[in-house]
Structures are given as C-alpha cells and as structure tokens.
Design a protein around this ligand. Sequence first.
Ligand SMILES: *Cc1c(COP(=O)(O)O)cnc(C)c1O
Length: 378
Amino acid sequence: MPSPAVPFLDLRAAHDPLRPRLRAALDEALDTSAFAGGPFVERFESEFARFCGSRHAIGVGSGTEALWLALTALGVGPGDEVITSPATFMATAEAITFCGATPVFADIDPRTHTIDPEAVEAAVTPRTRAIIPVHLYGQMADMDPILATARRHGLRVIEDACQAHGAEYRGRRAGTLGDAGCFSFYPGKNLGAIGEAGAVVTDQPEVAEAVATLREHGQTRKYHHRRIGWNARMDGLQALVLSLKLAQLADGNARRREHARRYTELLADDPAITSPETAPERLHAFHLYVVRVSERDRVLAELARRGVMCGVHYPVPVHLQPAYRGLCCREGSLPNSERCAREVLSLPMFPELTADQVATVARELRDVVAHPARLALT
Ligand SMILES: *Cc1c(COP(=O)(O)O)cnc(C)c1O
C-alpha cells in the first residue's frame, strides 16, 4: 500500500484553477501601471469593507502593519500598556512594542485558545490603554465581556482578526466589534494574496483617515506630511488578486467547516485526542484545526514519517519568547497558554482537502496516539 501523503497546506490547489484569471490580473496591472496603492486597492477596500460589514477598510502591506498602524491611529504610544493574548503569532505583541507601548499578557481559556475575559479585567492598570483580543485559529474571542471591560475603563479594542476572515460572534463579523479590526492576507490565510498584504477595518472615520495617512508617510496630499508615518501601502497586483479570491472566501470557509465537522466526528471517541471546541454563538472560520495531544512533538514527527504533515501554532507562547524575556511573566505565570503550547497540533486544513485525505489524517492520528510505546522508538 502506498504511504498516504497529505500536505499541511496546498496553495497550488487553490491557485491552479485561477491561473487564467490571475494572469489576466497581472495583465491588468501591467496595462495600467497601478502598482502601489491606486484604483485596484480602492476597489478591494470597498469590497472587503462590505464583506466584513464595516464602513471603512484600508489596505496596507501586511497584518503586522495593520496592527501597528491601528494602534498608532488610536493614539497608543510610549508609557501605555496594551493587554493581549500570549497564544498568538509574535506580530501581535511586536506591533505593541513598535508603538513604544508595553504588551501585558493575560492568560487564555484553554477550551477556545482565546483570551480569558476575566484575566483581561484583572490585568487592567491605570496605564492600560487598549486590549487586543486575538481570534485564534479562526474563532472569535469572547467579545462581549471584553468590550464591557473596555467601556468600564475607557480602553480601545483592536481585534487581531488575521486568522478570522469571515468568522462571526453573535452574527457580527470579525473585525467589526472593536474600534478597529486587523487582517492579514499572507498567502496561507483564509483570504491570501500571492505576496504580502493586510488591511484595517473600522467604522470610525477619524481612525480610517489616520491609518490611510500613516500608511503613506503621514501625507495628506502628495509631499505634504502632517505626521510621521511609513510606507505601508498595499500593492495593486495583490489587490486585484484579493478581489478575485474574496469572491470565493465564503465557499472556502464553508468547506473548511465541513472538513472540521468530519475531523471532529472521526476523532470524537478517542480520549487521547482533544478536538477543538466552538463556543456558542460563534461561526468558526477554521483557519486551523487544532487538536491537543500529549507527547505532541513525537506525534508530529511520527505523522510526518507517515506522510501526514501537521503544524504547531505556536510552540512557544509569546511571553516566554527570548525577545520578551524579562518583560513580565516567568514560566508558570500563564499556565493555560503554556500547557496548550505543549499540546497543540494543527492538522492539515485548507478548502481543497478531499474527504479521503481527512479520513487518512484522522486514521493515522488515531493510530499514532494509540501506540505510545512505538512512538518512543522513533
Ligand atoms: C498572520 C498573523 C499576523 C501577521 O500578519 P502578517 O501579514 O504575516 O504580517 C498577526 N497576527 C496573527 C494572529 C496572525 O496569524
């Protein structure tokens, strides 16, 4: 029997059927020379704002820039503290540090891997200026109590929706509940460019205007600079590609949810595997399907040996990264995020997965965790 081979992610499977249209998009960019910002970016901005249910979307160069510019636009700066989750990609905390502010990490709810609203409330100090909940793996954080804490203390809320395009909380889409929502269109995200891109969405015209100014060297018109900004424009070709791919996002997310439903069904009765939980009143976008297992690194290695490629998001919580050592939290201080970091395993997840591949992954995973002695030999 040939060994099963299931990639973790297959971007060619997404792009191959689009090749003629992607080539036409490149021609359109070459015909007009609208490469940096410009009409294609403006068109995508209005399409993405409509998709999210937001008044404004501002295209930028990456999700990292979206976070950094949203924080800056909302007035976060030196001396401020920003509460966020340690269970995230480094960029969330980095953006806070780049503003001159200090990240303060609050532990997660291990059932959803999103920030625990009670831990957020407990982390508020007189210097707290903002909260960044992270909608990790495609599931939105528990926004209502977080927004209540923000109202009580006069804090800004910036959603890190970089993994949550099209996810919902009580019928509202990711990015639209806080003061601003930040998206990444890195190629592997649910909506991915063929390069780097990101966006900030907001309902507040002043915030939209500030981000739009900041992404373009702080200029209000060409060569007139009101403040210090940066070059953080979205490029025109990426905007064309994103417009094409946005039309397929809802269908891709539905397919991801179907794969997730199958995974959960196939893994449900195995006590050695904890399947992801979707909290009530959330629509999960399943950017990642993340189970928890013990001996994770050895399970990961054995699955790879069998041709089933998995990932780990993320092996080290941000508060324990060497870059943040000494900032605040010792090992053991945020136990839920530390335990999850040791146990999380991301199974292959992308819309084009086949039912056979999902079944193969589930079967191999069950077999691997059923034989811990064999694992020890690998
Ligand atoms: C991808 C990601 C980012 C950063 O986005 P880039 O486009 O890679 O800069 C930030 N936060 C989270 C949670 C992400 O997954």
